[in-house]
Design a protein around this ligand. Structure first.
Ligand SMILES: [Mg+2]
Length: 388
């Protein structure tokens, strides 16, 4: 099964502000370079689409309502969603993004005669618990399951058995084929491939040339073969990292900063849960051409405090950021050791003051916002003065 929350960011915004329901709403940063990350069906009626610059969306619909991203809330809702699935369906769950996952239902469904009915009641229960609408695809491999969850929205359920591939998928446009990107489908159009059906029956050398090493895989997918293994994520013992892909490439400093903050919180939580501290903080980025960029910094003392992690990650980020587009951002913590070993090396005075963390973070966030170090804690000032 592949399950995907419908218009996740917009749905979250409406949960926080129910009066937004039914209105043309976009989730976007309202800045010069801002981009629409999610638009409601009502906004789409005006020709607004995800990936559109915010200023154009405002032109298309002057009454459009804009809300900025709130990763902390998305993360909370996402956790609810995945926790529900893990506890009530199966923990053989592979999370692919903040709002979608593959689940292996082979065992569960072997006892169920009405598979559609089972999925329908699952979808309803998820809605009751999380107040989020989702779409579900069921098939015997990941590709078809993903195509299934995309097939009908919102609250869609599509079961794609091998004998229904032709009926359901062949008429779809080639750009709807999962994995075929913006760059590839115009090339396919050029050789007369417009639908998935066209692709299924084409065995020409020009198609082989366009798809290259993916040719066999793509062909297997349309036949209903291919990868069906659900891989639950396992955390490495020596490092913790968390990354998320933006819905659209972004060069928005504030959006990137928010993501880095959220990811710092996540890995801090993870480390605390495992009672680990780490000495190396890594900033993980992918640019618009999927090139990975990582920068690391080694701390004088190991930590799992998110303020420290965030601060170091932002230090690395500020050094390399020059308004370029990013597709993915995240943070890693490595060189992990057990928390209990840390305090042995530290004096009592160096021990982290947890209650100071939130004030410290606020100061850092304000400094990052104005891109200058103009604020500091009075206690730090005092320490500085004492030292000099
Ligand atoms: Mg979604």
């Amino acid at each position: 099964m592949h399950i995907d929350i419908n218009q996740f960011f917009a749905a979250c915004a409406i949960l926080k502000e129910p009066s937004l329901k039914g209105k043309p709403l976009i989730i976007a940063s309202d800045t010069r370079r801002g981009i629409v990350s999610t638009s409601t069906y009502e906004a789409r009626k005006y020709g607004i689409y995800s990936g559109m610059p915010t200023y154009l969306a405002k032109k298309a619909c002057k009454d459009v309502i804009i809300r900025s991203v709130d990763f902390a809330f998305y993360h909370q809702k996402s956790e609810e969603f995945f926790t529900y699935l893990k506890n009530n369906v199966t923990d053989v769950l592979e999370q692919v993004s903040i709002d979608e996952a593959y689940l292996d239902l082979t065992d569960i469904l072997s006892y169920v005669t009405d598979k559609y009915g089972y999925l329908q009641s699952l979808q309803q229960r998820i809605f009751q618990v999380t107040k989020l609408q989702s779409s579900i695809g069921l098939a015997n491999n990941k590709f078809l399951a993903k195509m299934g969850s995309d097939y009908k929205k919102p609250m869609g359920i599509t079961i794609i058995t091998k004998d229904r591939i032709q009926e359901l998928l062949y008429p779809l446009k080639i750009k709807d084929f999962w994995g075929i990107g913006k760059k590839t489908y115009p090339k396919l159009n050029e050789i007369g491939i417009y639908t998935i059906g066209d692709l299924a029956v084409n065995e020409s050398p020009s198609l082989k040339k366009i798809l290259g090493k993916f040719y066999d895989e793509v062909k297997a997918w349309i036949r209903g073969e291919g990868d069906d293994e659900v891989n639950p994520v396992q955390r490495e013992a020596k490092s913790i990292s968390s990354t998320s892909t933006f819905l659209y490439d972004t060069s928005d400093y504030e959006e990137l900063r928010q993501m880095i903050l959220q990811k710092s919180k996540e890995i801090s939580q993870g480390a605390k849960k495992d009672k680990k501290v780490g000495k190396t903080v890594t900033l993980i980025l992918k640019d618009a051409s999927f090139k990975s960029i990582t920068r690391s910094i080694t701390l004088s003392e190991p930590t799992n405090d998110y303020v420290v992690i965030y601060d170091k990650a932002m230090e690395l980020f500020d050094k390399l950021f020059s308004s370029q587009l990013f597709r993915l951002a995240g943070v890693g913590l490595s060189s992990l050791t057990d928390e209990k070993d840390k305090y042995v090396q530290m004096t009592l005075l160096d021990a982290p003051k947890e209650n100071k963390a939130s004030t410290k973070l606020l100061v850092k966030q304000l400094n990052h916002k104005v891109k200058k170090n103009i604020l500091m804690l009075a206690s730090d000032l005092k320490e500085k003065k004492d030292a000099s």
